[in-house]
Design a protein around this ligand. Sequence first.
Ligand code: HEC
Length: 225
Amino acid sequence: MSQTQALWWASESFWRKTAIWVTAGSFVVLIFLTFDTVKQITAGSKRVPAYANALNHRIDYVFDAKRNFQVPVIGPEEPLFGKMLTETEAEALVSHGKLTTQAKNCMDCHTLLGNGAYFAPDLTKSWLDPAWGSKETREQTMVEFLMNPTDKLHNASGRRMPNLKITEAEARATVAFLKWMSSIDTNGFPSNFKPIDQADAAPAPVAEPAAPAAAPAADAAPAQQ
Ligand code: HEC
């Protein structure tokens, strides 16, 4: 090795230039990543459904063999509280729910998308929690639970959620926020989550229990007003 080469890589000016280039390069990469991330976490992107799309449909949670975990899939039409919403209405409702969770500091006890405290269950997939009973009663049960959680032991943790004086409008908006959040593709988080059974009503049982001859008559009767 010649002496000039050794001087070249050991020189102070070389390392100063290197430091400047590395800093500038990292800065450019960070700016690129910031914009790229914002694009990917915006509602209406591939992993984060648009608000109305999520609220107006059933959120299925199915195993994706290629990725080897469950992913949310927008299912058939199933509007929240039975009302189809426009994107503007849906966004307003979800925002109201999000603001409620911030105003009431739900993260003091819960985690949302993994962020927050670990005293109470993670709420990312709460909308799909089998603890709500059936999918038919879920919305109402959730609203009632949020407005008055103290007298219901919802799961087996033995901990109770305090009454946070949530109004009915806030509770409904929070349910919308939770339904939308459950539709976000979180790369399988939380793992090993088993969703509520949302399959369409099972077909009528094949063998009717031996009923008296009244059954056909009931079928023929005019629909009750
Ligand atoms: C002081 C702690 C605390 C705060 C604050 C709190 N919770 Fe809870 N929450 C709990 C506990 C504990 C449970 C479990 C209760 C149970 O199973 O009966 C719970 C359960 C729940 C559940 C049921 C979760 C599931 O799927 O099993 C939901 C939904 C929920 N909370 C929403 C909220 C929202 C929304 C807020 C903010 C508006 C909030 N909580 C604030 C403690 C808290």
